[in-house]
Design a binder for this molecule. Structure first.
Ligand code: PMP
Length: 368
């Protein structure tokens, strides 16, 4: 046989995910932690690793980690499902609650995986776009359209709502008042993706809403504040109705034993993670001042995450120059709807951030 039959029809126009990775000196492109695991957490991980029987399959639900996460959040272990990164859990939620004739509501611009997961699971995507304006202080404003979302779910036709707080790439958060209102207005599963919550004001932490809302699921990951993006480990916190369904669709061994151990070690050294978060947040505020009205005068988002979105003239050229001349990699989002001339920049170490600011200032002065 010299040919192969076509793949499933819904893959026809789908492109494989491309993180736009390029080798660089300064990585400010993927919202990773610039620090990684603390020395103590790493030492503890390596100690546990030495005793790990790697010829045995891992515990499918990573019981120990599940319990540690549950204890941290004041929940029961049954309220936690671990996954191979948030990416897997988002897809699993679509497998469990999406499908033909069912729908997923999102608020773009947002994390691109939601759209792909809808397509792969034959779920109809409903988009309620965010604002894309500049506020009275000159900041980029991508506020969610709360009224339009409430109006949309009032039809009773939604199966899943995925909203992001803080949102990627805009960095803004949803108020708990709005989330409560939404949860009360629908029986759809409302997934609040809090991959970046550690960097946000604590008033945006949605876990307190879990006790009153069976339709709430919260996504958290070890990839960002906990510095474990390379290992792929995340979790959903939700009521039993939802976690039981997620357990049915998950790949039994998607979480390997090493990732679970690393997450346990990272959680045990939480105080150090909080120190790193504090310095990243301080750097975010410093960069915001340097780029905003009192500095370079660029419109940028008021971000609650470990990145911000900034609008620069000729973003594509600036992106290229930052890479070619300084080996600084940021994320060019300028080709996406509502994000014309926008670059997303992750917060790095103070030295990396200084390099970025100096390079950008220099490039902005070049007449093009
Ligand atoms: N949610 C959001 C909003 C993200 O930006 C990301 C990572 N880019 C994820 C979830 C998934 O993260 P991970 O798979 O590394 O846990």
């Amino acid at each position: 046989m010299k040919t192969v039959r076509p793949a499933a029809a819904h893959l026809k126009d789908l492109q494989p995910y491309d993180p736009k990775y390029l080798p660089a000196r300064v990585y400010l492109n993927a919202n990773e932690s610039p620090y990684g695991m603390s020395e103590k957490a790493r030492a503890e991980f390596l100690r546990m690793l030495a005793d790990e029987p790697m010829h045995r399959y891992p515990d499918p639900l990573a019981k120990e980690l599940r319990k540690a996460v549950a204890d941290k959040l004041g929940l029961a272990p049954d309220n936690i499902v671990v996954g191979n990164g948030g990416d897997e859990l988002l897809f699993n939620l679509c497998l469990a609650y999406g499908g033909r004739g069912r729908s997923l509501l999102i608020a773009p611009p947002t994390f691109s995986a939601y759209q792909t997961d809808a397509l792969l699971s034959y779920t109809t995507l409903i988009e309620v776009p965010r604002a894309a304006t500049v506020d009275s202080e000159g900041a980029l404003d991508f506020s969610i359209d709360e009224a339009a979302i409430l109006e949309c779910v009032s039809s009773g036709n939604n199966d899943i709502v995925m909203l992001t707080s803080p949102n990627n790439p805009t960095g803004d958060c949803l108020s708990l008042e709005f989330i409560s209102e939404l949860l009360a207005a629908t029986d759809a599963v409302v997934l609040i993706d809090q991959a970046y919550i550690e960097f946000a004001d604590p008033r945006y932490d949605a876990t307190a809403l879990l006790k009153d809302h069976a339709n709430l699921a919260i996504l958290r990951t070890f990839s960002k504040a906990y510095g474990l993006a390379g290992l792929r480990i995340a979790y959903v916190a939700a009521g039993r109705e939802i976690t039981d369904e997620l357990c049915k669709v998950r790949q039994p061994y998607s979480v390997d034993s090493l990732s679970a151990l690393a997450a346990l070690a990272a959680l045990a050294e939480d105080a150090e993670v909080q120190q790193q978060v504090k310095s990243i947040v301080a750097e975010r505020e410093r960069l915001t001042r340097l780029l905003g009205p009192e500095g370079l005068g660029l419109p940028l988002t008021k971000s609650e995450a470990n990145f911000f979105l900034v609008r620069v003239p000729n973003a594509q050229t600036i992106w290229q120059r930052l890479y070619d001349e300084y080996s600084i990699l940021v994320r060019d989002l300028s080709a996406l709807p509502r994000l014309a001339d926008c670059l997303r920049v992750s917060i790095g170490t103070p030295e990396e951030n200084d390099e970025f600011i100096q390079a950008l200032s220099k490039e902005l002065r070049v007449k093009r």
